[in-house]
Design a protein around this ligand. Sequence first.
Ligand SMILES: [Ca+2]
Ligand SMILES: [Ca+2]
Length: 536
Amino acid sequence: MKRILGIAIVLVLLGAVTVLAQEVKPGKVVVIDLGKGVRLEMVLVPAGEFKMGGPGKDYEVTLTKPFYMGKYEVTQEQWEAVMGNNPSREKGRMFPVTDVSWNDSQEFIKKLNAKTNGGYRLPSEAEWEYACRAGTTTAYSFGDNLTKGDANISGDSINKVDSIKEADRIKEVGSYKPNAFGLYDMHGNVWEWCEDWYADYQAGAVTDPKGPATGSVRVLRGGSFNYYVSNARSSNRYFITPSVRYYGFGFRLAKTADIKDTVAEPTVPIPGSTELTPATKGLLVAPFSEVKAKEAQKQLAKSLQKEVEDKADLGKDVKLEMVLIPTGKFMMGSPASEKGRSKVETQHEVTLTKPYYLGKYEVTQEQWQAVMGNNPSKIKGKKSPVTNVSWIDCQEFIKKLNEKTNGEYRLPTEAEWEFACRAGTTTAYSFGDNITPKDAIYGGLAIGAPAEIGSYKPNAFGLYDMHGNVWEWCEDWFKELPQGTTIDPKGPATSGGRVLRGGSFYWESSVRSSSRADFPPTSRNFDFGFRLAKTK
Ligand SMILES: [Ca+2]
Ligand SMILES: [Ca+2]
């Protein structure tokens, strides 16, 4: 009896998120088409806890977010498909790309993300080790010994210190058996750059560690075909200047997954390549009614064990209210027939796979005051939207707000903004194809000031002043909207201006759901404000 109780207590202490060795299964694989038949395969790795660093100096690490990890090291054909060149000393389409610095990996990721809207990045060092161990606590994911039959390494026994052999060769990715998550070549083949700057580990338990804020050398993991066996241990750390390129250096991609990705994640589309069939389960597909919008919000809140309306206290009775917006699919931009449209409003299908919160109102002057201790608005009013704020000012506000509330506030993406604004409608405005002064504050020079927030009727999601009052900065850089189907679009990697949406009290037109404006991120104006978003 005592013994059984002891086991039960151990299990309770380990907790629900701990990934035990015997529970590890190969993760779901998502395949992305990079064009011309080049595929990128990512494996879903669950959130969990593990001991990082190996026996004796291990410390408890909790990873709270599931993530995708490259099934293989990035190959030369993938590099070529994205960058149009191949820096590798020894060529082979299915060999890992080599002779790439950490800086080079960032260039690749930037281009890959621009091509796929993908959110790819390097893994953090903790993610790398967690994915490598796949539930094991031994020196290698195959046990305490590693032989040349297990991985592409130099030498054949643990701790044998071979000289670095240039005679050894890289091999095609996936030439050895995978670990329990279904990941290949975590041990050996090429060293893999991680996101982190290198530093000694902190003592004690940590959650989602990302390494120090700055440093001079970046982390590499996993050893390589021409390095000692012991370099291929799950916990072995190596580090070097981020500009260094070497024959034995490559990398593997990672990508943060949403909790719901553990259920379904659509394949990322490439314009002009394979036809996309996103997961439609649970998506709120436009057009939809107000009743359906509200029902979806309620259902989602219930499944997330959250409220449809999220309230934060900014002190001194100043509240910040956010509304939960479900995942969905809609036509972004305007049809060619829409009056007053511009050609930058290319109509195309957008799927948003992650639910998010959006400000019920524009950010007010009292909220700005509570966070920043000042009020830049030309025309004052506590409950009026803050104005005269640039996109960069918004980022400062968000940074301070997140410090104050331990939150993850941000600006909405332009697609999130428009999906929320439309709230299931396909008309020029969320209340139809026409606008009158009863619907919103807009309309020109005669109106000297924005209205107090919430002075007009909300849309079907319960959001106020999406049309008019003040222009709202979005996260994205501006560019003519793309053709085709996109998923969770984030706009171009860069351009000259950031997006503003919704028009303002000062403008006669430009108040339509799809109206777009852009200004340099440093611009301030008496009708520029913003609205907050957050993913969790
Ligand atoms: Ca490797
Ligand atoms: Ca507005």
